[in-house]
Design a protein. Structure first.
Length: 90
C-alpha cells in the first residue's frame, strides 16, 4: 500500500531541521543550552528562520563539502543565535 503524503512540504521541513541540527553539531553547541534560551523561543525562532532561508542549498552544499563552519556563518541568518549558544550562560 502506498503512503500518501498529506502535506507536500513535509520533506523540506525535515531536511531544513536536519540542516540546522548539522550546523549545531559542527559548532559543538550544547543543545540543552539552545533549548533553554528565552524559554525555548530562541530555538523555535532559529528553526523558523532556517525553514524560510533562501540559502538552504548553499548551506547544505557547504556542510556536505566539509567547508569551515565559519564560512557558513558568514551568510547564515541564524549566526547570532549560534554565537549566543556558544557564550557562557549565566
Amino acid at each position: 500500500m502506498r503512503t500518501v503524503e498529506r502535506w507536500p512540504k513535509t520533506q523540506k521541513v525535515w531536511r531544513q531541521f536536519a540542516t540546522l541540527d548539522a550546523v549545531m553539531e559542527r559548532l559543538a553547541l550544547d543543545r540543552a543550552v539552545a533549548a533553554r534560551m528565552r524559554g525555548g523561543a530562541a530555538l523555535a525562532e532559529a528553526r523558523n528562520t532556517c525553514l524560510s532561508c533562501l540559502a538552504e542549498r548553499e548551506c547544505h552544499r557547504r556542510l556536505e563539502s566539509g567547508e569551515a563552519i565559519e564560512a557558513i556563518l558568514e551568510f547564515c541568518p541564524n549566526a547570532a543565535f549560534f554565537r549566543a549558544c556558544r557564550e557562557p550562560q549565566a
